[in-house]
Ligand binder design. Structure first.
Ligand code: PRP
Length: 193
């Protein structure tokens, strides 16, 4: 257990999922994926930047040989909610035709980012395409998007840590936490908003 679990970081109002709970669930997901992909070599596609922590721990929880690649996307429009219009900032380094693709997301909120990404990937004719998301905000599900495995369903709160950010910070917390609204206020004041 790291010091950050014992000493709550500034800006954290409450810890939603502890480091231990995360690691236990990710181990389970890894074993499920091992069974699912037995005899195959899936290509894990991490969606930058948020999925980095989850992708790293998930692939190490698996004993099946895997290959990895990354995509970076950015949604147009207001930063706090995705608009569904997505721009590819970084594409894959390889073709995926005939591959067993496993998309790895940190969080599915409205589902719009994932829906766009899946449309793009399906057009490239993979042999199969599956999605594993660490977190899903059930109450916010705006579109009926394919998510095959979910680590945790969470309430509609602004969560940070374990890859998830606020203003690009907090990604290195080893747990999932709810952001303290006071931290948003002080950030806005510092920026002179
Ligand atoms: C987050 C997350 C998903 C998306 C989910 O990415 O990683 O890709 O938002 O939202 P949606 O379901 O409402 O579309 P973000 O754009 O914050 O980028 P980041 O991963 O670099 O933090």
């Amino acid at each position: 257990m790291s010091w950050q679990t014992e000493r709550r970081a500034a800006g954290v109002s409450k810890i939603l999922i502890t480091e231990q709970e995360l690691q236990r669930r990710i181990y389970e997901l890894g074993k499920e994926l091992d069974a699912h992909y037995a005899g195959r070599v899936p290509l894990m596609i991490g969606v930058l930047n948020g999925a980095v922590a989850f992708m790293t721990d998930l692939m190490m929880a698996m004993t099946t040989p895997v290959e990895i690649d990354f995509m970076a996307v950015s949604s147009y429009g207001p930063a706090t909610r995705s608009s569904g219009v997505v721009r590819i900032l970084k594409d894959l380094n390889q073709e995926i035709e005939g591959r067993d693709v496993l998309v790895v997301e940190d969080i599915v909120d409205s589902g719009l980012t994932l829906q766009y990404l899946l449309d793009v990937l399906r057009r490239r004719n993979p042999a199969s395409i599956e999605v594993v998301a660490l977190l899903r905000k059930e109450s916010r599900a705006a579109v009926d998007v394919q998510v095959d495995r979910v680590g945790f369903s969470i309430p509609d709160e602004f969560v940070i840590g374990y890859g998830l950010d606020y203003a690009d910070r907090y990604r290195n917390l080893p747990y999932i936490a709810v952001l303290d609204p006071a931290a948003i206020q002080s950030e806005a004041e510092t920026a002179g908003v």
